[in-house]
Design a protein around this ligand. Structure first.
Ligand code: NAD
Length: 457
């Protein structure tokens, strides 16, 4: 049986070997899921809810141990690992509260002769190929509503968060979800590719645009439901009437939290020329206060870079920006190992000829560009192939609404950033993907509407 080596990105050490899947085991598990799904869907939704409620309680009870696993394999600072797990129950509660009503049969017309109804039928067997940066959040956004609505789930966690994926499986099985209804597949891209070849009714992917595009190409002719939650190059505009200190404190956190490894991390900041210098000074002061180092320490803010190859992306973006005249105000060079380390990096004097302002960094790097007015800010914010989130900082709500109405993005933030709510849909436009998770739409998306025409003869 193949093995997957788990590395600790903070030390470079191999910390575990876990049994991995291959094409044959993926096919066997997919067949078992197909056979098990109808009985799961036939159970009353109250039964499925009871399993998920048990799972939620177990996550809370085992929070510290689960956080330690996540930190060991991803390099995520332990406080942020605990925060992710502390944030999970409210997300699970949303799904538990809303799942029955979101997929209840709807009667649109009903008289003595005719009834017209919509039934929300589970898709069947769905595959979830996932990312490592918020493995509990991005995993559960799919897994939990998919299970609650009666689907079987073939879940391939990222190879960089495989131990967390196995923990999610262990806890779901202990909570009563049958082993063939929730199945964890361990391995890298080749296991993901093998999963795409199985008899599945839907594919829910979280990851990079490059992988998402490859998956879309592979699955296109199959005509099955496909959702792709991909990357971003998320912009924020700080208006001339904003408080530069408050905006800087909020945006420094939005750019650097989770070591900048967030799909909705702030990667581009446009600041009105009137307050640009005050903003940059305050931003730098906050960033220089972030403690970099051992992710197991409670006071660490910047942990390790999870994927070593991403360091070369940072090097190239900084090199390109410098060569084109940008100023690196802090950071900008790898930190010594062992492990994968890069400091918080703030670059000003940037423009859109630079890779740093065009391609996702997915790390602790941010570009700050001075703008002359609102029109220039909007033009630059929209000058991207991505469209996940965008924000505006100003005390004036109507100004913020007018500006954000012009921005091409799935999510609009006024005076906040890097924020996800279970009540609101999470979706991207352009190269940030298709489909959505979260909100009641993110429950219904695991079903298909079946139309019933019932004539009472
Ligand atoms: P990735 O694309 O490298 O990998 C994602 C998953 O795809 C992994 O499980 C990987 O094993 C699998 N995979 C790789 N090649 C495959 C193939 N050929 N066929 C099938 N599966 C394959 O992305 P990552 O490094 O894990 O995650 C980082 C990316 O995810 C960033 O771009 C980030 O913005 C994005 N992301 C988006 C969201 C969102 O909600 N939009 C959330 C988190 C992360």
């Amino acid at each position: 049986m193949p093995q997957l080596s788990i590395h600790n990105p903070a030390t470079g050490a191999v910390i575990n070997q876990v049994p991995a899947d291959d094409a044959q085991s993926v096919a066997t598990k997919a067949r078992a899921a197909r056979a098990a799904q109808p009985a799961w869907a036939a159970r009353p939704i109250a039964d499925r809810r009871a399993c998920i409620a048990k799972f939620a309680a177990a996550v809370v009870a085992q929070l510290d141990a689960l956080a330690a696993v996540m930190t060991a394999e991803t390099g995520k600072p332990i406080t942020m690992a605990r925060n992710e797990l502390k944030g999970l129950p409210s997300r699970l509660d949303f799904f538990l509260d809303q799942s029955a009503s979101a997929v209840a049969t709807e009667t649109l017309f009903d008289d003595a002769a005719l009834s017209e109804q919509i039934e929300h039928v589970p898709l069947g067997v769905v595959a979830n190929i996932s990312a490592w940066n918020y493995p509990w959040f991005v995993g559960c956004n799919v897994i939990i509503p998919a299970l609650l609505t009666g689907n079987a789930v073939l879940y391939k966690p990222s190879e960089y968060a495989a131990m967390t994926g196995l923990e999610i499986g262990r806890l779901l099985h202990e909570a009563g979800v049958p082993r063939d209804v929730f199945v964890v597949l361990v391995g890298g891209g080749e296991v993901g590719a093998a999963l795409l070849e199985q008899d599945i009714d839907g594919l829910f992917f979280t990851g990079s645009h490059a992988t998402g595009a490859r998956i879309a190409q592979a699955l296109g002719p199959r005509l099955i439901k496909m959702q792709l939650e991909l990357g971003g190059k998320d912009p924020t505009y700080v208006c001339d009437d904003a408080d530069p200190q408050a905006a800087a404190a909020s945006l420094a956190d939005g750019a650097m939290y989770n070591t900048g490894q967030g799909c909705c991390s702030v990667e581009r900041i446009y600041v009105h020329e009137k307050i640009h210098d005050a903003f940059v000074e305050a931003f730098l002061k906050t960033v220089k206060g972030f403690a970099v180092g051992d992710p197991t320490r409670d006071d660490t803010y910047i942990g390790a870079i999870t994927r070593a190859p991403q360091l070369a992306v940072f090097d190239a973006q900084v090199h390109d920006a410098k060569a084109k005249g940008a100023n690196v105000l802090c950071g900008g060079e790898r930190l010594p190992g062992p492990g994968n380390w890069y400091p918080p990096t703030v670059v000003s004097g940037v423009n859109h000829t630079m890779e740093l302002m065009r391609e996702e960094s997915f790390g602790p790097l941010v570009g700050i560009q001075k703008v002359a007015n609102d029109d220039e800010a909007i033009r630059l914010m929209n000058d991207t192939r991505y469209g996940l989130t965008a924000g505006v900082y100003t005390p004036d709500e109507s100004r913020a609404r007018a500006l954000l109405a012009q921005v091409h993005a799935g999510t609009a933030y006024w005076n906040c950033c890097d924020r996800v709510s279970p009540r609101l849909p999470w979706s991207g436009v352009g190269d940030s993907g298709v489909g959505l998770t979260l909100s009641t739409y993110g429950i219904q998306t695991f079903t298909r509407p079946k139309a019933w025409h019932l004539r009472r003869a």
